[in-house]
Design a protein around this ligand. Structure first.
Ligand code: GUN
Ligand code: ZN
Length: 428
């Protein structure tokens, strides 16, 4: 048993009001026992309650739950910061040629190891990850994740049109390969599977039909795809699916809009789409750094809140330019500011911890520091650099101000350590 002394911050419950309903212990502690959390609370109380625990002193750190990145592409780790395009050209020129390399398990495994190390170095302990069209790229990522006993959600990209021949599956192989991967990996250890049509333009109606069928056969799997990211893409959807009401309507027709369905971007959604998302319990992954980099547009967070659509923050690497969820939140703040909405610091933290965990029905395992959840957490060193130290000395000293300053000034420099299931997977 270990008792970690730190400033401790989390959201013990899901809430529509994360600015108020957080728990913060300025002189706090987390007690862990094996893979799980035993207790969280004031250091003084827990030290008396668990006198036998080994004490780890992280009082210079802010300890929060392991961060959740709700949308990214592990094969795009190596194309971060590729110059000069909007979405459809960027896919053609950078993404597809790179994804071809993942036909090799060995290559995919090499990048999977780099990707996971980058996540840990930035305090991320759970990701919803796209693999490539190749089933072996999925095996590589789950093999790598299993070595760390981490909670990962991943799936084989399905696409059978409007992409290079060398990256194409077909409707029935997409169904069968995805089904085999679900049977092999879903709920094996902490691994979870996501049925992954890349986006509606790259799937035929036949493929979408079969993937909808698969989602109904395995209702506790995830679904991940992209919606309404870019205006050229939306015009393309209109020509490919002329009879559907709108972009989300395409996924809806095939039974792909439901709980645990996570759609990337959602920048240009209409009223009907917002309402459908809210009713279904689907989640929008807000990817601010990618949306700025690819010139896609500004996510409307106040609409999401007023329509009661769950939003989760996400890096979308390699469209996004940072794998750090703190930097992602900082970009999110700026995107929202341009849309006349102030993204409160603690709401941002909620959107990468308890918020998505509860939308995914995983709050009993991740997203908070409640007893019996996995000991997935991260310690941010508040004393790690001069600028942060100076800023915090001048700040108000409350949880929201500390977290706000960290998101802009920390990046990966301030990560002291990242823990997965009670084991440090990264230490500075
Ligand atoms: N839409 C379809 N595929 C992709 C992708 O790889 N990245 C982003 N940002 N959007 C997409
Ligand atoms: Zn994406």
């Amino acid at each position: 048993m270990q008792l970690i002394k730190a400033r401790v911050l989390h959201f013990p419950r899901s809430t529509g009001n994360p600015e108020q309903e957080f728990e913060y212990f300025a002189a706090g502690a987390l007690v862990i026992d094996g893979q799980k959390i035993k207790a969280v609370g004031p250091e003084e109380v827990l030290s008396r309650q668990f006198p036998e625990a080994q004490v780890i002193d992280k009082r210079h750190c802010l300890l929060v739950p392991g961060l959740i990145d709700s949308h990214n592409h592990f094969p795009q780790t190596e194309i971060i910061a590729s110059f000069g395009e909007q979405l459809l050209q960027w896919l053609e020129n950078f993404t597809f040629p790179t994804e071809q390399k993942f036909a090799s398990y060995e290559y995919a495994r090499k990048i999977a190891d780099i990707y996971l190390q980058q996540l840990f170095q930035n305090g991320t302990t759970t990701a919803l990850a796209y693999c490539t069209v190749h089933p072996q790229s999925v095996d590589a990522l789950f093999d790598a994740a299993s070595e760390h006993n981490m909670q990962i959600v991943a799936g084989k990209v399905c696409m059978d049109r409007n992409c290079p021949e060398y990256l194409r599956d077909d409707a029935s192989s997409a169904y069968q390969d995805s089904r085999d991967l679900i049977e092999k990996w879903h709920k094996q250890g902490r691994n979870l599977y996501a049925i992954t049509p890349r986006f509606a333009p790259t799937s035929t109606e036949e493929q979408m039909t079969l993937l909808g069928q698969l989602a109904a056969e395995f209702p506790d799997t995830f679904i991940q795809s992209h919606v309404s990211e870019n205006t050229d893409e939306i015009a393309w959807i209109k020509s490919l699916y002329p009879k559907d009401k709108d972009y989300l309507g395409v996924y809806e027709r095939f039974g792909l809009v439901r709980e645990r369905a996570v759609y990337g971007h959602g920048i240009h959604l209409k009223k009907r789409e917002w309402k459908t998302l809210a009713k279904s319990g689907s989640v929008i992954a807000f990817c601010p750094s990618s949306n700025l980099f690819l010139g896609s547009g500004l996510y409307d967070m106040s609409a999401a809140i007023s329509y009661r659509v769950s939003t989760a923050l996400a890096s979308d690497i390699g469209g996004g330019t940072s794998i750090s969820m703190l930097t992602t939140q900082a970009d999110g703040y700026k995107v929202c500011a341009l849309n006349h909405y102030s993204l409160q610091a603690l709401r941002g933290l909620y959107l990468m911890t308890q918020g998505p965990a509860s939308s995914y029905r995983l709050e009993h395992q991740i997203g908070n520091l409640n007893p019996d959840t996995y000991a997935d957490f991260v310690c941010f060193d508040l004393d790690s650099n001069e600028l942060l130290r100076t800023r915090l000395q001048n700040g108000k000293g409350h949880a929201a101000d500390i977290w706000f300053a960290l998101t802009f000034l920390a990046g990966d420099r301030c990560v002291d350590s990242t823990w997965v299931a009670g084991i440090p997977v990264f230490e500075k």
